[in-house]
Design a protein around this ligand. Structure first.
Ligand code: GDP
Ligand code: MG
Length: 876
């Protein structure tokens, strides 16, 4: 007990003690106790033994001498403490009644307890009646529901009757008990009804506890607590009986007659049954009352939706995420993993749905071996830029078209078939690794064989290695085509030895990788290449079932002005027919026309056949898997689901960093996006035009560079805003971003790349487009210094007197001289001086002297930018 309370008590007691001592001058016990300073303690102890109302009465008596009215007040309105009354009253009677029955407090107490007891008896009886009533109601409710469900009107009537009988019986019981109560012991009265039996045992243990507590705490609150305690079991049965009845409902309705017989058997049997039920009920832990739900979690879900599905409050979800350090809003989208964690943390069962759940059965099972027959191999040509992929594809096509069907017009549809020795070979004509990886990312393997083109004069290059890794990761066998052997500096042996370093052992190096020396330009040994492909195909024993609904993959797709969406589909198994309802990615359609690689309309396309499909509602993406479904409804359902998933994913992605070249690359692979949005700023109009032109050129061949904006001058904040809005990368050609722009870029997560060679720029964009990024040149801004003065020092040359305005300046680091946000020089420092001393670095705010290596044209007001460059090798 704290000091403040004891002080407060003392003042009270000081008043109360007087009254008591006056009233108790005959009580020996009290006097002997009040011999010393411990008087108040004694009084307190006494009072503690006495009932709450007693103390209150004392206080009340002190405040206003109305002994009878005051104590009655707190007792009478209390409806529930019924069981406690008998247990409580005796000690209080004994305590005060022992000495002075005539004193005022004693009188008060006596009257009180009598009153109280009566009131409580009444309350007890009331409670019992109410409890019975509640149970009856609950049972009635449950029963009614059961019966409604069964729609057995007759039984309903019977049950109703029976229940009424029971009710009256119960009421009679209660009546009897009430009559017995004053005479009976509290323990005895606990027995009659299970309901009372339940209330009393729990009430009784609570009572002594409450009394013990009284020694330490104020009585009134305790009393209330006791009430609460006794009330709680009351409330529960009412609730639980409902649940119980519900649970029993099945049994009840099925064996209704039995149940009824049971009911009519005897009171005792009912009581036993109830007790049994109650025992079962008490076996439930409160936590099990929480409803565990099966929560279906898609790949992206909003906080609100997740909360709804769990039937939890969204704030709780947010709070939970906050605890784990994630700040989210109710509208934020969570990825499936996070959502699953949340749901599991909240005790729900998680069911993850992948697109495949809606798409279940979209792609058929494996075909039985006896249903399959040989199919042509599907070949993808890969290799480093300019090693001759396109030339080789063109050479093969031309040769074969010319040889095979004279006068035939070749049409580029993204894939074509050639024939060699009566056997067909399908080439995928989409250059770069993008298509290959895009397809792989969707779990679709279109390619059976990779032809790795290596220029004999150039040897193994970074993208050659990438291609090797791609093929290897996909588990696709490779054939090495050593190209450009017509060139005088061609060195096929070097290519082969280079390949060894990457564990590609060609036949001539006694390995098992087929190799062919060709010249795409001179069309040398193309037959040799085709033969090698057929040989490899034979080893692979490629088979497919042509006699089933078609499945395939989108190799290329675009929106044609006249024809609408056109998708080149490589049929992988089954046969695609006119009129088929197809689904590809989030698009669907009914096949209106099929056009083969010679531009001819066909009625159907079998395994390994590339064919243009007309009739899609929207344009699917390269890499989308194609399936035939049996109804438009199904097709719509799947496409709508996929569109939703895509939207959700897009939103989820936006919450992360956007607009990095790398991310765009991933997007290309995953989503098949065919544009790379860019904001281009250059130093002069000429260079901007050159860049736009160069990007345009590479765009036609591969994916499109979408130039959101281009202009002359430094990169400004509005450039960044624009880039952020369109998820673009900002490219600075010989220009820099100003401070606000740099900050905005950091804030919005917009990637900026600086270039000073157009070739580097196009190379990077090209690489991003083809799904590959060369080692990243990561530049870190270190600091800026402003030129305050330029000195001409003999023998040394021009030295700039600067102040470091931002960050710091380091010797060894790269520097650029920037005039009006345009880079006028790029190079290294020859000196960095503070006063007379050469220093390693100069911190911000300080002045220093700087000189460039081999450059002198600096001017007052120029900014010297200091940066560090590191090459970050990209790993696959
Ligand atoms: P890609 O980037 O891999 O598609 O390479 P291209 O097919 O565009 O070829 C790049 C350059 O190499 C073009 O100028 C071709 O003319 C040239 N080239 C391709 N194959 C050969 C070849 O066999 N011999 C020679 N001398 N040049 C070739
Ligand atoms: Mg090419």
């Amino acid at each position: 007990m704290s000091e403040t309370t004891s002080k407060g008590d003392k003042t009270l007691r000081a008043g109360g003690r007087k009254t008591l001592s006056i009233g108790r001058d005959t009580g020996t016990v009290r006097q002997s106790f009040s011999g010393g300073r411990s008087k108040s303690v004694v009084v307190e102890k006494k009072r503690r033994r006495v009932l709450t109302p007693g103390e209150q009465a004392e206080q009340n008596a002190q405040a206003a001498p109305r002994p009878a009215a005051a104590p009655a007040a707190p007792v009478a309105p209390r409806p529930q403490p019924a069981p406690s009354a008998p247990a409580k009253a005796p000690p209080s009677n004994r305590g005060s009644g022992g000495g002075a029955s005539g004193n005022r407090s004693g009188m008060v107490l006596k009257t009180l307890t009598a009153d109280e007891r009566d009131a409580r008896m009444q309350a007890l009886a009331d409670a019992r009646v109410r409890e019975a009533e509640e149970r009856r109601l609950a049972e009635e409710e449950a029963q009614r529901r059961a019966i409604e469900e069964e729609r057995l009107a007759k039984e309903n009537a019977e049950a109703e009757l029976r229940r009424q009988e029971e009710d009256s019986r119960k009421e009679a019981e209660a009546e009897t008990r009430r009559a017995e109560e004053p005479a009976g012991t509290p323990a005895a009265e606990a027995q009659p009804t299970p309901a009372a039996g339940r209330a009393t045992p729990s009430g009784q243990p609570a009572q002594p506890a409450a009394r013990a507590d009284q020694a330490a705490a104020d009585e009134a609150p305790k009393e209330i607590r006791a009430v609460v305690r006794t009330k709680r079991p009351d409330a529960k049965p009412a609730k639980k009986t409902g649940g119980e009845a519900e649970r029993r409902r099945g049994r009840l309705t099925v064996t209704n007659a039995l149940e009824d017989a049971d009911r009519e058997r005897s009171l005792a049997s009912i009581r036993r049954k109830r007790e049994k039920e109650k025992r079962q009920q008490s076996g439930f832990s409160p936590s099990s009352e929480k409803i565990v739900r099966d929560v279906t979690i898609p790949e992206a879900i909003s906080v609100q939706e997740l909360a709804n599905r769990m039937a939890e409050r969204a704030v709780d979800v947010i709070r939970l995420l906050m605890k784990s350090g994630t700040m989210v809003k109710i509208t934020d989208i969570l990825d499936a993993d996070t959502a699953q964690l949340v749901a599991e943390e909240m005790g729900h069962n998680v069911r993850r749905v992948a697109a495949s759940d809606v798409e279940e059965g979209l792609f058929g099972d494996e075909d039985r071996a006896e249903d399959t027959s040989s199919r042509p191999p599907v070949v993808t040509i890969m290799g480093h830029v300019d090693h001759g992929k396109t030339s080789l594809l063109d050479a093969i096509r031309e040769t074969k078209v010319v040889a095979g069907e004279a006068g035939g017009i070749t049409q580029h549809i993204g894939a074509y078939q050639v024939e060699k020795n009566g056997q067909k070979i399908t080439f995928i004509d989409t250059p770069g690794h993008a298509a290959f990886t895009a397809m792989r990312a969707r779990g679709a393997q279109a390619t059976d064989i990779v032809v790795l083109v290596v220029a004999a004069d150039d040897g193994v290059m970074p993208q050659t290695v990438e291609a090797i890794n791609h093929a290897r990761a996909a588990g696709v066998p490779m054939i090495v085509a050593i190209n450009k052997i017509d060139k005088p500096d061609a060195d096929p042996t070097r290519v082969k030895t280079d390949l060894l370093q990457h564990s590609v052992v060609t036949e001539s190096m006694s390995g098992d990788t087929l190799e062919v020396e060709v010249s795409a330009l001179k069309k040398t040994n193309l037959d040799g290449l085709l033969e090698a492909i057929l040989l490899q195909a034979e080893l692979l024993d490629l088979k497919a079932n042509a006699d089933r609904s078609a499945e395939g993959i989108v190799v290329e797709a675009q929106l044609d002005k006249g024809r609408g969406p056109v998708a080149t589909v490589l049929v992988q198994r089954g046969t695609l027919k006119l009129g088929d309802i197809v689904v590809a990615g989030s698009e669907w359609g009914r096949v209106r026309a099929l056009i083969d690689d010679h531009g001819e309309q066909v009625k159907e396309a079998g395994p390994s056949t590339p064919v243009e499909v007309l009739g899609f509602q929207g344009t699917p993406s390269a890499g989308d898997r194609v399936a035939v479904v049996d109804s438009e409804g199904r097709a719509r359902e799947i496409s709508e689901y996929r569109q939703r998933v895509r939207r959700e994913k897009a939103v989820a992605r936006q919450t992360g960093q956007r607009g990095s070249l790398e991310q765009m690359m991933n997007q290309l692979q995953v989503e098949g996006t065919r544009t790379v949005p860019l904001v281009i700023k250059g130093d002069v109009q000429g260079s901007v035009e050159a860049i736009v032109g160069a990007l345009d050129k590479i765009s036609t061949e591969e994916v499109r560079a979408d130039i959101v904006h281009s202009g002359v001058g430094g990169i400004t904040e509005s450039d960044i805003t624009l880039a952020a809005a369109s998820d673009a990368i900002v490219i600075g050609f010989n220009v820099r971003a100003n401070k606000q722009a740099r900050e905005a870029a950091d804030r919005d997560g917009v990637e900026m790349r600086y270039y000073n060679i157009i070739y580097d720029l196009t190379d990077d964009v090209k690489a991003a487009m083809s799904g590959l990024l060369s080692p990243e040149r990561r530049e870190t801004f270190i600091g800026n210094a402003e030129i305050l003065e330029v000195f001409n020092i003999t023998k040394v040359g021009k030295v700039a007197g600067c102040r470091v305005t931002e960050g710091k300046v380091e010797r060894g680091a790269g520097v650029r001289l920037i005039r009006d946000n345009v880079v006028v020089h790029e190079g290294k420092l020859s000196t960095l001086k503070r006063f007379k001393d050469e220093v390693r670095e100069v911190p911000g705010g300080q002045e220093c002297g700087m000189a460039f290596e081999k450059y002198e044209d600096m001017r007052v007001g120029d900014v010297i930018e200091c940066y560090r460059v590191e090459e970050v090798a990209r790993t696959l």
